[in-house]
Design a protein around this ligand. Structure first.
Ligand SMILES: Cc1cc2nc3c(=O)[nH]c(=O)nc-3n(C[C@H](O)[C@H](O)[C@H](O)COP(=O)(O)O)c2cc1C
Length: 196
């Protein structure tokens, strides 16, 4: 029997009622049902300050090291990206900046993009607006490509997210679920091919 693909899922929001956290939850459920070995993390669980090189010179925070390792261990990712001012959130940028910063004191982490290189990433977004955070994707994708990720051509932006989930945080519209599923399927397919 082959090993199930390891998929990391996270959202770029820590807001309690976050639409992107709900979307990440849905994506994790669908990916598990598709046979993936899913790690669904909440960025709120990681104690990561705003990046500052002076702070870093005193030692990379333990939770950054933890996140570097988790990301490194997962060949496939789904990121659910909120949109702030036509871009992705400061939380996502700060997280990626820390994780991509080389750890000078640790030879295992001299390569800044070690946690990113070769990852297959599916990008989802959700927003109460009509475009569903699509513009956040257009900024996030070049950043991921620069960090040596392979970004899946399929993506999904969930518009009018305020009306998209039921009381149990499930997507109401079957077409939306199919769109999320299509991104997951492509990410799992491509990461398996890259690993072959
Ligand atoms: C500072 C700020 C800027 C925002 N800019 C946008 C925007 O450009 N486009 C958009 O669709 N929504 C924008 N929003 C609304 C967010 O999409 C909305 O707050 C959403 O719920 C955030 O994602 P979350 O639910 O996952 O936390 C903005 C919200 C904030 C706080």
């Amino acid at each position: 029997m082959s090993t199930p693909p390891k998929l990391l899922v996270f959202a770029g929001s820590t807001r309690l009622a976050s639409f992107n956290r709900k979307l990440a939850h849905t994506a994790a459920e669908l990916a598990r049902a598709a046979g993936a070995d899913v790690t669904h993390i909440e960025l709120a669980d990681f104690d990561i300050p705003i990046y500052n090189a002076d702070l870093e010179a005193r030692g990379t925070p333990p939770d950054v090291m933890k996140l570097k390792q988790i990301m490194f261990e997962h060949p496939a990712w789904i990121i659910c990206s909120p949109e702030y001012n036509g871009s992705y959130t400061a939380l996502l940028k700060n997280t990626i900046d820390w994780v991509s910063s080389p750890v000078k004191s640790d030879p295992a982490w001299h390569e800044g993009f070690k946690s990113f290189t070769g990852k297959v990433v599916g990008v989802l977004s959700a927003s109460p607006g009509a475009l569903g955070g699509l513009r956040s994707q257009s900024h996030l994708v070049p950043l991921l490509l620069n960090a040596q990720c392979w970004v899946a051509p399929k993506a999904f932006a969930l518009g009018r997210a305020g009306e998209a989930f039921d009381a149990d945080n499930q997507l109401l519209n079957e077409a939306h679920r199919k769109n999320v599923q299509a991104v997951i399927d492509q990410v799992l397919f491509a990461s398996a091919r890259l690993a072959a």
